[in-house]
Ligand binder design. Sequence first.
Ligand SMILES: Nc1ncnc2c1ncn2[C@@H]1O[C@H](COP(=O)(O)OP(=O)(O)OP(=O)(O)O)[C@@H](O)[C@H]1O
Ligand SMILES: [Mg+2]
Length: 417
Amino acid sequence: MPVEEIVVGREPDDLAKYGKRGCMFIGKHIVGTGFEAHLTNPVLMDASRPHCVLIVGKRGSGKSYTGAVIAEEIMNLPDDIKNNISVVMIDTMGIFWSMKNPNEPGLLMLAEWELKPKGFGVRNIVPIGLTATYDKMGIAYDGTFSIKPSALTAGDWCLTFGINMFDPLGILIERTIHKMAGTDYSIADIVRTIESDQLVEPKERMALANRFLAAEGWGIFSEKATPITEFMQPGVVTVLDVSLQEWSVRNLMIGILAREIYEARVAARREEETALISGEVKARVPLTWLIMDEAHNFVPAAGETAATHDLLGLVTMGRQPGISTVFITQQPAKLHETVITQADLVIAHRLTAKPDLDALGAVMQTYALEDIRKMITDLPKSKGSAVILDDNSERIFNIQVRPRQSWHAGGTPIAIK
Ligand SMILES: Nc1ncnc2c1ncn2[C@@H]1O[C@H](COP(=O)(O)OP(=O)(O)OP(=O)(O)O)[C@@H](O)[C@H]1O
Ligand SMILES: [Mg+2]
């Protein structure tokens, strides 16, 4: 008898029309608890429509691993679907480059799942100013990330410097950027403009000029910006390694990236609609999945970062232009509540802290928080076990996420050799 697959995240209309095409095989249903627990039906997750996915769980529970399984599964889709999708992974730990290599050590475990080790053609992008460091560490990369100073708003600079917009230095930033608006300025131009500002004391001018000069060391500025299409290639996973940067700079990079992905997809969506009407087809900018580890640092519950505005924009307005987000966090209680309330699919690995369990109460109103909490605390101890909450169908399942086909570089180290 064929095994019935469980499909999450897919509208009944799409299921009737497309069946299981465009779904990802993410794991298997766990039935029973404790010693009785065993794996049954495959669990498939929709990849064809935009989704807001949230992956939570305590340290070492399998979150980053699950994020990589999602990226692998998009790459495993048939070409005609895969080539309509691009994946951008924000790598805060420098662990996702390893997707290029097959998971040979996992050969036996994969065989139990009727899967084989496999490397994926991911593109590893590093900040332009840090290439010498990556070269020294012997880490290969396929491209660089850079932005022009003129792409930043006064708000971006203030948030990254940690300066209040309404403080004297914030006002000076605003005035400086305003003066240069419309030109293609460098950091040296910004410094010159600040130094020639007669409305503030020389001491303040110098203090701010020094902050801008230090920004040259962030490793991201260049006269030539990386076009966003570098990150939105059909059927390709692009990993942006931000692991060597400070959080304020990571936030800035991700804020700008999110803004540009949104703009590119809004423009593409308009062209797609025009093509539908006129029949004229242009080069495609694929639907995009943005996968982000340690998301509570980018969009925290309290306070604003340089990424907050644009990431929340993707979360609240990404559906129409076709942008999916996968936010991964150890601490959902520290994540901005919009991300939690907008999530339509939640993969909750083991989680014990009460505030973090409570934070999930905002996801699905149909289930009592007490029931969700019990399911999570009763999960089998195996790595990669999770509760999946599907707000589309208002159903909850216990699942075991499948083993990775590609090499997982985020393993737990051990002192015993
Ligand atoms: N689905 C799975 N199947 C088999 N092993 C898994 C699975 N998920 C995780 N593991 C194992 O658990 C380890 C920890 O997983 P992972 O790196 O994803 O943890 P994490 O939740 O991201 O932790 P942290 O919060 O510390 O980053 C992995 O190195 C892997 O060995
Ligand atoms: Mg992790």
